[in-house]
Write a protein that binds this ligand. Structure first.
Ligand SMILES: [Zn+2]
Length: 141
């Protein structure tokens, strides 16, 4: 998926999950991390694209914050970054190439709904962001 689509899907899902535009912006930034961290690696979708890595980081950060009694708003902002990265990986998992469940490149998973740079990518990205925004606005009503 192209970065512009990662940005808006990360932002909207971050907003839907945390209900905070600052957390949404951090999630958008986090949504670029899997590709930025992959720079210099042999393959684009290596360990930085494993959903288990980002899910584990998210859960570890949440558990650590609970142990040290971190203020809830700070926890939300911190968790937005791995959430955005997880959104990136899950959106990439909807492409034809899929993503590795386990690093490095072991057990590839995915549901091939779109091809990158194709109109199908725009539809999938719009559906992800549309669903997230629908959740946001349903909560505001
Ligand atoms: Zn990627």
């Amino acid at each position: 998926m192209q970065w512009r689509n990662h940005l808006h899907t990360g932002f909207t899902v971050g907003w839907a999950v945390f209900g905070n535009p600052v957390a949404a912006a951090l999630a958008a930034w986090g949504a670029l991390l899997p590709d930025k961290l992959a720079f210099g690696f042999r393959r684009h979708r290596d360990w930085t694209h494993s959903p288990l890595i980002w899910l584990a980081l998210f859960l570890l950060m949440r558990k650590t914050a609970a142990l040290f009694d971190v203020p809830p708003e700070a926890v939300r902002l911190a968790l937005a970054v791995p959430l955005g990265a997880l959104v990136h990986v899950l959106c990439d998992a909807l492409s034809r190439a899929g993503v590795p469940l386990l690093p490095p490149g072991i057990l590839w998973i995915g549901i091939p709904l779109y091809r990158t740079w194709d109109w199908t990518e725009e539809v999938v990205a719009a559906l992800v962001s549309g669903a997230a925004l629908a959740t946001v606005f349903a909560g505001l009503l």
